[in-house]
Design a protein around this ligand. Structure first.
Ligand SMILES: [Zn+2]
Length: 194
């Protein structure tokens, strides 16, 4: 874990210095989130558990990653930084392994609410290898890149969650949750094309 921490801490937030939280969302942050998620995707698939962590900004303007913690099948409690001078700027977590009846290809309403509450951006990796960014300001999940752009669970079946748009507002996610699991979306998808 130490090696992991050091590798990520070596990636600096260019010369922006102590950027304001809003200015921190740039390609460096996204790249660090991508690497952090990539490193735990396979463990997440084999254990069927979520893995999570935080990305913080040091007073020197460097981005630093907390080691990923193993969570539950559905849920994971990221811990902040012991050093209180490190400002948390983003959370990251995986969605475990592929389950046909679990709507894990999109961030959950709770994911959006949690990041909004903590005022941090969120990054989510799905079993299908989708990479999402949660913008805590607009409470919107935006697809950074689609199926297979992060490691993908070999058991993943494309299309099991129906059509997934590239952006989902919190309201969209609430509606999606109300409809039921992925099977409900598959059905909608099929009907729409009949
Ligand atoms: Zn989640």
């Amino acid at each position: 874990m130490k090696k992991f921490l050091c590798a990520c801490a070596a990636i600096f937030a260019t010369s922006q210095g102590a950027a304001a939280a809003d200015g921190i969302l740039n390609s460096n942050l996204i790249e660090i989130a991508r690497k952090s998620l990539t490193s735990v995707q396979n463990q997440s698939f084999s254990s069927g558990r979520e893995y999570c962590g935080m990305i913080g900004l040091t007073t020197a303007g460097e981005l630093i990653v907390s080691p990923a913690r193993r969570g539950r099948a559905s849920g994971c409690d990221e811990r902040g930084f012991v050093d209180s001078s490190i400002k948390p700027v983003a959370s990251y977590h995986t969605h475990g392994g592929f389950e046909a009846d679990y709507d894990s290809e999109v961030p959950s309403v709770d994911d959006v609410d949690m990041d909004h509450h903590r005022k941090v951006f969120g990054f989510v990796a799905t079993p299908g290898g989708r990479f999402w960014m949660i913008d805590y300001r607009s409470r919107t999940a935006k697809l950074v890149c689609g199926i297979g752009c992060l490691p993908k669970d070999p058991r993943f079946e494309t299309g099991m969650a129906g059509d997934i748009p590239e952006a989902l507002t919190r309201k969209d996610l609430v509606m999606r949750k109300r409809k039921g699991g992925p099977a409900a979306h598959r059905h909608t998808h099929e009907v729409a094309h009949n």
